[in-house]
Design a protein around this ligand. Structure first.
Ligand code: ARG
Ligand code: GLU
Length: 721
């Protein structure tokens, strides 16, 4: 009895979770409309998404491949995060015109700055094409044959689909390959920077506050999408005109209160909500701790140099932020997995699954083996997965020298395969990247990280997975420090001029130079070792996991009929909804749902690189000059949290109110809830949004760019129903 109630307790959250989920917009009416209405939604599912007529979806785009953006004016004005626009802002900046530090606001259209390479992708329509995609796919087919059949089917669909010449067709697998959807998209390529606050507002709190609530960051920037005279995508041209979207979002300054309905519409990147306990346990026990340990070392070393040397400080800000973002998220993930008892919950869920399967002859025949096999394969693959992650973190994600050398391997292969035209065509792309890369590269910093991590790697993997190779090289050189110094300082990959000269060589001389380069040769030997001793086992087991996970997903949906299943995030357009709500991260600790400008001032540290503030903001705060953006009790709201289920890629997504007005801009999650990628728990998972009123306040009052508000639709003073 005691066991049973414990089981029910653990099972409850996974079977009947209140909210959570990233839903497919095409099926909102069927799956979500009733629930959304019960939570407060005032418009119809059909207003959110419609293939035939304009709907809210037409205001949402994927920004620059990895973030979300939205239209907030009939003239293509686009809102996204500061951290999403950051690359563009940095690239447009010079020492004299430093938009990162000082911000930027175009006073008119002619001052809008073309952000080269930045794209905005809109979904024109989407269709469920599962039946066609899986035609002639038989159960028991080898994975490779299955994929070949699907590819053939998709090719056929592509040929038969009507679309305009400027549109694209995308296919995506859902539910681990049990369903397929087609997207007709339009990608706009002339995107221009309209404005950004200085980093002291847009990145306020930087890495210290990243993933943390309470938060005080004005994480937004603004662009404009341009089109040709027919409103179609076109490469940059001074003759292009502002894009006219089929829908744009009105912005409400009426504010929010706890319990209000909110909806986030965007392009979440990746989640894994339906894994077996064994996989979650692997992440919690081994993969996350390994990543954290490696990045802990890298960050400490980089930080040491950043503190000593202002030059390193500027050069490594972006690299540091990149490493720290994952490092911090994974720590939160481990904590959250433990706190939410994810592994136990999944085990209870699996016990119920097994029980139901055992009691149904058909299911028993079809699915009886799936979980035991998944557990077996996870046990087999575990050491290889850990080593592969160790390898990637050590020699790829935290090692600039070897990653750059590896990035040049395709050029070498082109020459080796006689594709000289391709080689010549590709070279300029490589050359273009040199200046920006080496502006921020400091060999002594990279070398110090390399030495530390290489030694760690040698001491944590099996002899044949690279430990022997590394130990031998280190012995010969006189230690890891000496080894990595030799590699870094004797390589062309640590010097812009030398690499540039090598790129200028004719094909044969180029490949000779590559082969002679110590860093490239070292990377090659590591990589050959990896291909020989690690890769084959991964290549053997990974497809088995793919197949089993697909079967397990299918089985879960059949066996738990009472549960609604949303598909894992896959960088496609999704809707998630919830309510504005605070939370309790720990015993006796309670977090409110909203922060304000007074809180920004509490964190203010003059001169600090994370918590400094511009004088103008201090002045506005002193005078309480908040205009229409103030709360009735005279505060200026900055950020708020809600129970929307979001992930990476949702950055820049609009948060909408019950009527479809923009009330906030999604940019992060709370630390205690980052395990929502694996196990969403409504008790502690919250998304973090900048309040729309803070955004407008910064544009209008702080930056004096109020002219932009004239093309927006500001909703105010409506009775809140
Ligand atoms: N944590 C947010 C995300 O995952 C923001 C990252 C950018 N900010 C930073 N301080 N690194 O993308
Ligand atoms: N900052 C993330 C992004 O760039 C969003 C935060 C999250 O992972 O939820 O998409």
């Amino acid at each position: 009895m005691k066991y049973l109630s414990l089981l029910l307790c653990l099972l409850f959250p996974l079977l009947l979770r209140a909210q959570g989920g990233m839903w497919v917009p095409l099926s909102l009416e069927k799956n979500n409309e009733k629930e959304m209405k019960s939570l407060g939604l005032k418009i119809k599912a059909d207003d959110l998404f419609n293939n035939e007529k304009p709907s809210i979806k037409d205001a949402i785009c994927q920004f620059d491949g990895g973030c979300t953006g939205e239209m907030i004016s009939p003239e293509g004005l686009l809102l996204t995060n500061h951290h999403c626009g950051f690359d563009a802002i940095q690239q447009l900046s010079t020492l004299e015109k430093n938009y990162v530090d000082n911000g930027y606001w175009a006073k008119n259209r002619s001052e809008e700055l073309p952000a080269e390479g930045v794209t905005a992708m809109f979904v024109i329509r989407m269709e469920d094409i599962t039946a066609m995609a899986l035609r002639d796919v038989q159960e028991g087919m080898a994975e490779r044959d299955r994929q070949a059949q699907i590819d053939k089917n998709l090719q056929q669909i592509k040929v038969n689909t009507k679309k305009e010449a400027w549109q694209d067709i995308l296919f995506r697998a859902f539910y681990n390959g049990n369903q397929y959807y087609m997207f007709i998209t339009a990608t706009y390529k002339d995107v221009r920077l309209v404005g950004t606050p200085p980093a002291s507002i847009g990145k306020f709190g930087s890495d210290t506050d990243n993933w943390v609530w309470p938060r005080h960051t004005g994480d937004f920037s603004m662009f404009r999408v341009y089109a040709d005279k027919d409103n179609k995508p076109a490469a940059y041209s001074p003759n292009n005109v502002p894009f006219k979207p089929k829908h744009f979002l009105p912005i409400s300054v009426d504010g929010i209160k706890e319990g209000d309905f909110t909806l986030v519409y965007g392009f979440p990147g990746r989640t894994d909500e339906y894994l077996p306990a064994s996989a979650i346990s692997l992440t919690e026990r081994a993969i996350d701790p390994l990543r954290i340990d490696i990045r802990d070392r890298a960050l400490k070393i980089i930080d040491g140099y950043m503190r000593k040397d202002p030059d390193v400080k500027i050069s490594y800000i972006a690299q540091y932020s990149y490493i720290a973002n994952g490092w911090k998220k994974w720590q939160g993930e481990v904590l959250g997995l433990r706190k939410s008892k994810a592994v136990e919950q999944k085990k209870a869920y699996e016990a119920e699954f097994t029980n139901r399967v055992e009691n149904n002859i058909d299911w028993k025949y079809r699915y009886g083996n799936v979980l035991p096999r998944l557990n077996e394969v996870y046990a087999q693959i575990e050491p290889y997965r850990i080593a592969a992650e160790n390898y990637a973190e050590t020699f790829q994600r935290n090692n600039q020298l070897l990653s750059l050398a590896a990035a040049y391997n395709p050029l070498l292969e082109m020459v080796d395969q006689g594709k000289l035209d391709e080689f010549e065509k590709k070279k300029p792309e490589y050359r273009e990247k040199l200046a920006a890369y080496f502006r921020d590269y400091r060999p002594h910093v990279d070398q110090a990280v390399f030495a530390n991590l290489a030694e760690r790697y040698a001491n944590t993997v099996k002899a044949e997975w690279g430990a022997d190779l590394l130990k031998e090289a280190a012995n010969k050189a006189g230690g890891y420090d000496a080894l990595t110094k030799k590699l870094v300082y004797n390589s062309v990959f640590s010097s812009k001029n030398r690499l540039d000269s090598m790129l200028n060589l004719p094909a044969q001389a180029f490949t000779e130079g590559m082969r002679k380069d110590p860093a490239f040769a070292f990377w090659r030997s590591l990589q050959d070792n990896y291909s020989k001793n690690l890769q084959p086992k991964l290549a053997e087991l990974t497809p088995q996991l793919t197949l089993l996970q697909r079967q397990y997903m299918d089985a879960q949906m059949k066996v738990f009929r009472e549960k609604r299943f949303f598909p894992d995030a896959n960088s496609t357009l999704r809707v998630t909804y919830g309510k504005v709500r605070g939370y309790e991260p720990r015993d006796a600790v309670q977090y409110g749902y909203q922060t304000d400008l007074d809180g920004v001032m509490e964190k203010y540290v003059p001169g600090d690189y994370e918590f400094d503030l511009p004088a103008r903001l201090l002045e506005l705060w002193k005078n309480k000059d908040y205009g229409q953006y103030s709360t009735p009790d005279g505060r200026l709201p900055v950020a708020f949290i809600a129970t929307n289920h979001t992930t990476g890629g949702n950055s820049g997504s609009p948060a909408l109110d019950a009527k479809g007005n923009l009330i906030g801009l999604n940019f992060d999650r709370v630390w205690e809830g980052t395990m929502s990628d694996l196990n969403y728990d409504p008790a502690i998972c919250r998304n973090i949004m900048v309040d729309a009123r803070y955004i407008l306040f910064i544009i209008d009052k702080y930056a004096g760019a109020g002219h932009l508000l004239q093309e927006m639709k500001i909703v105010k003073g409506k009775k809140r129903g």
